[in-house]
Design a protein around this ligand. Sequence first.
Ligand code: SF4
Length: 216
Amino acid sequence: MTEPLRLRITEIFHSLQGESDTIGYPTVFVRLTGCPLRCGYCDTAYAFQGGEWMSLDDIHARVRQYRTRFVTVTGGEPLAQKNCLPLLQQLCDDGCHVSLETSGALDVSGVDPRVIKVVDLKTPGSGEVDRNLYANIDRLLPHDQVKFVICDRADFDWSVEMLNRYDLASRCEVLFSPSFGQQDAAELADWILQDQLPVRMQVQLHKYLWGNEPGH
Ligand code: SF4
């Protein structure tokens, strides 16, 4: 008998999507345990270790308890567990609107094309800029999103350079987000307008509603 596919899960919860192009929609979040990065601003360090093994069927059953078709698979770094890929596929097969939040450090080529990939490009201020896998840029689909979490003016300038170098805005939506508690949001908005950038600015809605509380 073959063993059921399993994943190590930190939490599954229902909240409002705080970022990306479905911001504000009630969404089920599946947070996978583990991450090979250590960004300075990380707000989910509690997902680095621990968690509970769950079969894909059990995860699926939990997701279906909620009356929303929006599902976000996040972490940690969800792609660090290989069974993330069949989970994404199963959720899509079930008719869910599935997004994947990933650090941009791991290969996204195996991700089901129905999934909306929200791919970070780690800025210098994150402390993990050397982990960016730039080959992922050619794997972006028009419905995907590239996200920059900006810690300061140097991060902003670097992000503009990446925007231009890879012509990111012609590939998919580009999100600029201030690092919470580090970069003033209004200042970032002014910089975007001054430079007339083709990007979408976002603040993390869930943090304004609930702060850094896990499970939101
Ligand atoms: S990639 Fe995400 S989960 Fe991993 S350390 Fe960075 S912010 Fe935290």
